[in-house]
Design a binder for this molecule. Structure first.
Ligand SMILES: Cc1cc2nc3c(=O)[nH]c(=O)nc-3n(C[C@H](O)[C@H](O)[C@H](O)COP(=O)(O)O)c2cc1C
Length: 167
């Protein structure tokens, strides 16, 4: 598949098969995340992989828009460290997360990002549940697993968003 086709065919997956994800595939996704660009190459991220059923059920309870993590066999949790780069920690870690998701898609796996970082109640509960150190922030919880549905998505027309030379 060419790169544009790969990018266009990735969808947010909210139904998962119970098939476990092979460890070598998880490692490839993590490696893709680790090689993301970051401001001044500070790499202000840490990563968590959660497969424990109890934690996944609890996360689904705590996050009203992430029920699917109770089904996905794996949850990827990108953590971001504002003390490493206060200006760009979120955008850097978002890029790492996107690279994880694209790698997953290229391996036939589905993902769905559920935002956490601007939802303090949810973030605090997840930090407490998983013993995440106080200085770190939880960017998102990202389901990972084999898709059990297909989806369509839409994008704005290019004409409505592109400006050349001057606005
Ligand atoms: C920052 C961010 C937060 C998101 N939060 C949620 C969420 O809480 N729950 C959810 O089901 N999807 C969430 N999504 C997925 C979006 O709904 C999805 O990317 C969008 O509808 C486009 O669909 P597609 O990914 O299939 O192209 C989030 C995506 C991003 C980038």
């Amino acid at each position: 598949m060419d790169t544009l086709e790969l990018l266009k065919s990735r969808r947010s997956i909210r139904k998962y098969k119970s098939t476990p994800v092979e460890e070598d595939k998880i490692q490839k996704c993590l490696e893709a995340a680790r090689w993301a660009p970051s401001a001044s190459n500070k790499q202000p991220w840490e990563f968590m992989i959660v497969t424990n059923n109890k934690f996944r059920q609890k996360m689904a309870e705590v996050h009203p828009y992430a029920k699917f993590v109770s089904e996905s066999p794996v949850v990827f949790i990108p953590l971001t460290d504002p003390t490493i780069h206060s200006d760009y920690h979120q955008s850097d870690t978002a890029l790492a997360t996107m690279q994880f998701m694209i790698m997953a898609h290229s391996l036939g796996l589905g993902t769905c990002w559920a935002g956490v970082i601007n939802k303090p109640q949810i973030e605090n509960k997840i930090k407490k549940m998983l013993n995440i150190p106080n200085k770190l922030r939880v960017l998102a919880i990202v389901a990972l697993g084999y898709p059990d549905h297909t989806r369509k998505s839409e994008r704005k027309d290019m004409e409505s968003l592109l400006h050349r030379e001057e606005y």
